[in-house]
Design a protein around this ligand. Structure first.
Ligand code: HEM
Length: 421
């Protein structure tokens, strides 16, 4: 099968086969995921060469199971031919130092360090900076007629925030976004086939990584000489105190940069789209701060920005009555779990006032997202700044431009809008 083509031509309802690289399936994944969850919530996908888990109960059980390992860069690299491995060895070793790709005891030590720099107190302290940045960006939008909300707001705010918190100079921000996105595309890659597209993903990731390595190397030296009140300076102190190695220091920097902005871009972009497409739901939020809080949870549930967490079975694992052999790839589909009607009655309806919305878009268990409070602060700031304007903003197209390049993202490539006159 060529990446991008669908082969099931309508027959999936009786015998669902999850392909995931099929563009129409990626643009509208929920029908197939619903059918799979009903038929077989722990499903072997030959196309993915992986177990695909789609029910809330089994996804949370998988996230809790220590037999499912996070040290899994081998999944990302499984398609790479042996002859090319040496070329990418430094990239693979770097990604294995991303916090989300580690297991205890390394994970425990690194998470302890990361928790000191990304935590609820940091999010609360950053609130004035986040609100001021959101207001400034939104004020700039009033000077424009037509614009892309993803590029101009949903990306700009979290990129500004994470770079300020890290202590990255303004002149490096655009490069950082590009390089971190390239490495992130590889880290989210689970495609087992080696083709031109897979080759280009790893090639760009490798180039991005080498540039990030050089730049972070320079910044680390600077922060050691002239520390500031920022994450990078704190991480340098942790390294100097022997709490992390140099590779782990750079791994934390790149991971916080990558995990800290594209995810939030997609929360903001998906949320703005959902509210613009459903003005009745947006109306329930104006002047209602409690409803804004619940709307953010509903956006996270309904269009989970990171729809999947992949794992590697370390040993034989039993999940949903299936036996997952050692070394098998397991895709815990957070997006499908968040649409499970057994857990969320009326799951297919976007309801900003939904009660008991314990969604798992930030994961669950040992790897639960450290940046969740920071992401929620940014979503609240954007809604506060944008809500009065939403009734005057028009979508240029009713068909959302979902990204179909990578199954580990639920992201809009753009969200074109204009002010109504
Ligand atoms: C809407 C925005 C975000 C979403 C949807 C999101 C989602 C996630 C998910 C699903 C995981 C767990 C992955 C797994 O179990 O394999 C995770 C982990 C993590 N996230 Fe986030 N994230 C968001 C924002 C952020 C931000 C803003 C930061 C930091 C500035 C951040 C930092 C982290 C870190 C450090 C981890 C790793 C925790 C660990 O492995 O122990 N995230 N995130």
């Amino acid at each position: 099968m060529t990446a991008g083509q669908c082969v099931h031509a309508g027959g999936w309802a009786a015998s669902p086969v999850y392909q995931a690289f099929c563009r129409s399936e990626l643009a509208d994944p929920y029908q197939v995921l619903d059918a799979l969850r009903s038929a077989e919530p722990v499903h072997w996908s030959p196309v993915l060469d992986a177990w695909l888990v789609t029910s809330y109960q089994e996804v949370t059980a998988g996230l809790r199971d220590p037999g499912l390992r996070s040290d899994r860069v081998s999944i990302n690299a499984r398609a790479v031919p042996g002859t090319l491995r040496p070329k990418y060895a430094s990239l693979l070793s770097h990604v294995s130092n991303w916090l989300g790709f580690t297991d205890p005891p390394k994970h425990t030590q690194m998470r302890e360090v990361a928790r000191k720099v990304v935590n609820p107190a940091v999010a609360a302290k950053s609130r004035p900076m986040i609100e001021a940045s959101a207001q400034e960006i939104v004020a700039g939008l009033h000077l424009r007629d037509n614009f892309d909300l993803v590029e101009e707001l949903a990306l700009r705010l979290p990129l500004t925030v994470v770079c300020r918190l890290l202590g990255v100079p303004d002149e490096n921000v655009t490069d950082f976004h590009q390089w971190a996105t390239e490495v992130g595309a590889f880290a989210g890659q689970v495609d087992p086939t080696w083709d031109a597209s897979a080759q280009s993903v790893i090639e760009q990731a490798n180039e991005g990584w080498l540039k990030l390595e050089a730049l972070f190397g320079r910044l680390v030296a600077q922060k050691r000489h002239d520390p500031g009140d920022d994450i990078l300076s704190e991480l340098v102190r942790a390294f100097d105190a022997g709490a992390i190695s140099e590779d782990e220091l750079i791994g934390l920097c790149v991971f916080i940069l990558a995990a800290g902005h594209t995810t939030t871009r997609d929360l903001l972009g998906n949320g703005l789209y959902l509210l613009l497409a459903r003005p009745g739901e947006a109306d329930k939020l104006l002047g209602q701060p409690a409803n804004v809080v619940s709307a953010i949870e509903e956006v996270l549930r309904f269009e989970s920005p990171i729809p999947m967490a992949s794992r590697l079975a370390g040993d034989t694992v039993t999940l949903g009555g299936k036996t997952l052999g050692p070394g098998s790839t397991v895709i815990l589909h957070l997006g499908a779990a968040n649409r499970d009607p057994d857990r969320f009655p009326g799951a297919e309806t976007f309801d900003v006032l939904r009660k008991q919305n314990r969604q798992i878009a930030f994961g669950f268990g040992a790897h639960f997202c450290l940046g969740a409070p920071l992401a929620r602060e940014q979503a609240a700031a954007v809604l506060e700044a944008m809500l009065p304007d939403l009734p005057r903003l028009q979508l240029k197209s009713q068909v959302p431009a979902w990204s179909t390049g990578n199954m580990s993202l639920r992201a809009l490539t753009r969200l074109d809008v204009s002010w109504s006159t």
